[in-house]
Design a protein around this ligand. Sequence first.
Ligand SMILES: Cc1ncc(C[n+]2csc(CCOP(=O)(O)OP(=O)(O)O)c2C)c(N)n1
Ligand SMILES: [Mg+2]
Length: 654
Amino acid sequence: MSLNNIKLQQMATALRVLSAEAINKANSGHPGMPLGMADVATVLFAKYLHVNPSDPRWFNRDRFVLSAGHGSMLLYSLFYFLGYPDVTIEDIKNFRQLGSNTAGHPEYGHLSGIDMTTGPLGQGISSAVGMALAERVLNARFGDDLCNHYTYAVCGDGCLMEGISEEAISLAGLWKLNKLIVFWDNNNITIDGTVDKSNATDQIARFKAVGWNTISINGHNYEQIAEAIEAAQRSDKPTLIACKTVIGCGAPNKCGTPKVHGSPLGEEELAAMKKQLGWTYAPFEMPAEIIAAWRAAAQKSAVSYDKWKKAADKNYDFINYISNVLPQNWDKALNELKDKAVEEQTKVATRKASQMCLENIVKYIPQIIGGSADLAASNLTFVDGMKTITAADYDGNNIMYGIREHAMGAIMNGLALHGGVIPYGGTFFVFSDYMRPAMRLAALMGLRVIYVLTHDSIGVGEDGPTHQPIEHLAAYRAMPNINVFRPCDVVETAEAWQLALEDEHTPSILALSRQSVPTVRHSGKENLSAKGAYVISPSIHKPMATIIATGTEVSLAIEAQKQLAAENIGVNVVSMPCQELFDAQPEEFKHAVLGNLPRIAVEAGTSYGWERYVGDNGTIIGIDRFGASGKGNEVYEYFGITAENIIAGVKKYL
Ligand SMILES: Cc1ncc(C[n+]2csc(CCOP(=O)(O)OP(=O)(O)O)c2C)c(N)n1
Ligand SMILES: [Mg+2]
């Protein structure tokens, strides 16, 4: 297929016009980026990017991440021209309207061509690193015929200013992810003005310093764009292509200024642009011959698609592997672990329990890729037999993220988005703050990402308030579509792992203790955590109250129950390992578990939110200030997270 520059120019013009028209019609959106990057996008999508609009989720397609998500209209125009069936001209006309699939920023799952939700700057480029890593891992396992593609990302000045980009690119450099190609829309403009007022970083030197190949081009010159992409494809390192562009290129009066970043061109400027570009068609009328050129360009992938299909179709191992279905009997060993813990009354920290689970999970689920942000020895995320992924050997299943929680979060998103791998990653619960924006995106996109967050309370002890989570449980419980598990013993920890792995569309937090807890469950046969809460220890006497506890405080509640029983005071103890799953149960179930008696909640964290479960007349034993440095058990005493306090709480209702 030959695409000469005149043809490419017409294709780019159509991109510009369609994007600007949609933004004008919506009277909302960001024309600057689509206009400025239309030339780069045209060369990339028409000549190099391998996708198949009739099989948009083709596993071996090149991935494309619009890290500068505000330029969403560029992506929608590209999908329309390439012939993605789920983007019609009506969808383009409905850009940014409620309920339309052409949302303000690209939303994963809204359109089949969208590889990632973007908008929070810096996340896209960082998750692209995860996609490129997944590609190399699967390539090492299955070979060139089955997994061998590029990951492209377009980012702006903003993405490069965000700190997360530094964490992510330094890992990409370390891992020599040479199939990762990032275009930087180097337009010297952000919302508030020219970049030089807020940033003087030599980006080329910066990327070079962390092991990248760098190329600088004029982003409006087709030869230079093509040559740069081909050079990047030959590189043995990840490549940054710095594209010098003019923001809003094509808009005669507004180009080159911040004005064009995030406001529609308006009728007058759009008319002036069309005049300058020689565009004479009616609004949203795209000439057949330009559409045909784009559709023909999409055909360039037909051969590689067919070749892949032939190789993949007869390889059932591979098809199963990438299907998102867990191997048969994957949790048999986990169930045995539960039985054994019940039998032997195992007393370990839940982080240790998690490691015991992982020993059985990693062995049976080859898709698992674990890691930690330099706390593997504390998070207990590494188990014997795991192998660390390096540039020399991608066929591993452990990632050493270094002290880069934010990139870890984003890279795990990229791994999950790519597919064929299931990521988990660990850090201290309190430092999950450092990856929260990536966790929020995982929840928004509905990704199976598992966060192993240990040292889940003041039980951390001596490290003190900086290391003791207080508001974290409540904060994540407030986040939609993320399950927060705080298991109380080995059995619940295994149940949490099972639920986390089985839920393909919800990320999970495992909040795990530093300190040991006894096994309090009497049986592991039924996954009781699946409904979020249950009576773990019914009263032997007629009950007069219900104690609700989570995690390490469940054994404390059972201790209080025992002491109360000695005084002939009966209470039921409810373990509530996952509020989200409990909230999703029918009212009758919830009522049966919580009962009508006075309720006392106990959790070594903020009391915030527990009113929902104890009601107006309930009692909450929590911690509503920052923690304190000291021995873990003494800090518990100090804050009154004790059996005595629970007992006093119950007796109030006598
Ligand atoms: C984390 C984050 N902070 C702030 C914003 C708001 N925002 C959107 S675009 C933008 C400016 C980005 O500048 P640049 O990347 O250079 O884009 P350009 O104006 O060149 O299109 C800002 C601040 C955001 N989307 N994400
Ligand atoms: Mg810019």
